[in-house]
Design a protein around this ligand. Structure first.
Ligand code: ZN
Length: 259
């Protein structure tokens, strides 16, 4: 019953969908299991269109994110009107083994400060060539999750957006309503910056930045890290991720932003 993820099959399907949608395909440093494509597409009205950053597949035991990206790409109009940058498969060597870390045991999502892994050194090199985004979303899973939850670093969009996103995810999987998640205060499945600071101190001072912190330091004022609960059916988790992205995009459409 355990699901196994085949990175080279995945990349093949992703490239096919990207070509069909006129995306530009570029590559990070390759891994052993597959190449690591990343995708970009500008809206025809690129200078006024909102810009969105998505990433997934940084933890190799989390499948709903990469699969959700594939499904969104297959929906022809999903990203219409946006400038979009996507890193769909950051850790193929972890994914092929079904492990969180890379094969050297490095948690890639703690490697954005004083980076050691080839995977993240290459990701940051590429990020340095990119500008700012109106919002970012990083798609994750919690292997022992009882429901969906998310981390919100939102200094520019509606303060209610975290709730809207979790509510949309809740159409597909339960919401984790515990008052504390991963030992941090949570309200209705939403964990906010102020509560992370309360728990860990200034996020920027942490020695082990995750991708979200790196992005908030350098690229965006709005980032969401979604977590779907792995014990629930994969297709429901995929749909929850898609609903999260789609809700963020709806908010960006309504409200053109300073980046
Ligand atoms: Zn994760």
């Amino acid at each position: 019953m355990s699901y196994s993820f085949n990175p080279s099959d995945y990349v093949h399907k992703l490239e096919e969908a990207a070509r069909a949608g006129d995306w530009t395909i570029r590559y990070l440093s390759p891994s052993s299991a597959s190449t690591r494509p990343w995708l970009q597409r500008l809206a025809p009205s690129a200078s006024t269109a909102p810009s969105l950053y998505l990433s997934a597949g940084i933890h190799g035991d989390e499948y709903s994110g990469p699969l959700a990206i594939l499904e969104m790409l297959a929906q022809r109009d999903f990203f219409t009107g946006f400038n979009v940058t996507i890193f769909p498969i950051l850790n193929p060597d972890g994914l092929v083994r079904g492990i969180r870390e890379n094969p050297d045991g490095i948690d890639l999502n703690r490697d954005y400060r004083n980076s050691k892994s080839a995977e993240i050194i290459s990701h940051i090199e590429t990020l340095k060539t990119l500008g700012r985004f109106n919002a970012a979303m990083m798609l994750h899973e919690d292997y022992e999750g009882i429901g969906a939850y998310l981390y919100e670093l939102n200094d520019a969009l509606s303060p209610n957006l975290g709730n809207e996103i979790i509510t949309a995810m809740g159409q597909h999987v339960p919401i984790d309503l515990r008052p504390e998640i991963e030992e941090v205060l949570a309200v209705g499945g939403v964990i906010q910056r102020k509560d992370l600071i309360l728990k860990f101190g200034s996020i920027e001072d942490r020695p082990d930045w995750p991708e979200a912190i790196y992005l908030s330091m350098n690229h965006t004022r709005v980032s969401y890290t979604t977590e779907t609960p792995k014990p629930f059916p994969l297709e429901h988790r995929v749909q929850a991720q898609i609903a999260a992205v789609s809700t963020l995009m709806k908010a960006l459409r309504k409200q053109p932003l300073p980046s």
